[in-house]
Design a protein around this ligand. Sequence first.
Ligand SMILES: Nc1ncnc2c1ncn2[C@@H]1O[C@H](COP(=O)(O)OS(=O)(=O)O)[C@@H](OP(=O)(O)O)[C@H]1O
Length: 432
Amino acid sequence: MATLAATVVLFVWADLVPYPNTIRVAERGVADGAGPQPPAAPRGGSYGAALAAAAPVQPWARRETDRFGALPLHGAMGIPPGLWPARARANASRGAAVNVRWTARRAYGAMPAPARASAPRRAAASRTKPTWLCLDGRQAPSIFIVGCQKCGTTSLLAQMEKTLSWQGVRVQTGHAYRDEPPFFEKEKHFFSTDRIYAKGRRFYLNHFPPCSRQHAAIVDATPNYLNVPQAPRRLKEMYGAAADNLTFVLILRDPAERTESYFYHARADGWLHQPWEGAPPVKSAQYHLWTHSSLRQAAACAARGVRRLWPECDVWGLFVSLYAQQLAEWLRFFRADQFIVVPMSRYLDRNREVMADLARRLGLALAPGESAPARANKRKAKKSAADAITTKALRAFFAPHNREFTDLLKRAHVHVSPDGRFSSGDLFFERA
Ligand SMILES: Nc1ncnc2c1ncn2[C@@H]1O[C@H](COP(=O)(O)OS(=O)(=O)O)[C@@H](OP(=O)(O)O)[C@H]1O
């Protein structure tokens, strides 16, 4: 009830604020995320056919395409029409009322069927030694922390480097070139960034030590690999047959908190994603206004029948938190038993168990004794009470996506650290 009240307050208030009515939405991603896309059609048939079979597309859904400003977000948030502010009700009576939730559910019903791990493959998920990959004379990464941005990836990597080893040799990340920012030591951005990918395989592999100097395992911890749709295909192509031996770690945070953290980081560093006309300069963007515009963007996409909000609506901003749709894409290229999902809450609360589980699955030894996760990349901006209200509104938006994520993990038999156990419902708000 408190969540609903907070959401209503935010959106009633937000409705009074003048917003740009036309939002220019990049068709698919922006900047480095753009470029050739993997095929969108699912394995078992076309989305179009599945959607048409489920229910015919309503004319009002089509009409919404260019009417961004008129969308009643309140409906998308599940708020009963009686509680909508006057402007939203007026929009609705003009024919703009869109049951976005229904549209979205219909669209997501047709997600690609993920590849299932066969029983022997699943059994083989624990290893006795790490995977050692030599490509063109370089020890190439065999472990990828592919996501997600603002989910504790820096902290996890630091702890892996400190505590995981094999026969006394630690894991490591390779190096950054002198003209690259220092954080490229952790994250190479190769498979996710067109201009870096264009430099080619040799350029990537030159970041890693020669095979002669054997390391326990090499890690590329680029949190954007998960949300850039080109990344899994590129990775698979580069590794060829060796791709079967890779392990992908996904440390994932409550999507709403992640989005909040992203906003403050991206605003401070000047790369906040706001693909709508009339957006303020990045430095003066405000969290609640940015969130409201992002939710409008999502609602408009759903209303015009976009099949998967990620990647078809956008791949940046709050769309980075659409984990189900992203993982489904990765499962088209890799087996389910190559993935380890680490909820950030478990990483913090059950740290030792999670690290032991990672060690087992990566074939590495865990150093004895306790080690706490470092608080890396802590945001500098102060939290405010108003932010909490905005984040609650985001939670309402993400709730069905979170359930979809949990369903996917169960269906595809993806391992959730530390013990593979999780209940149906929302993984990010499970009871201990
Ligand atoms: N130990 C521990 N406890 C609690 N929170 C932690 C911890 N380690 C990292 N964090 C929070 O994770 C956020 C940074 O995540 P990333 O390192 O993945 O960021 S980045 O994508 O590499 O920029 C960032 O979140 P915000 O502070 O909310 O922005 C960090 O504070």
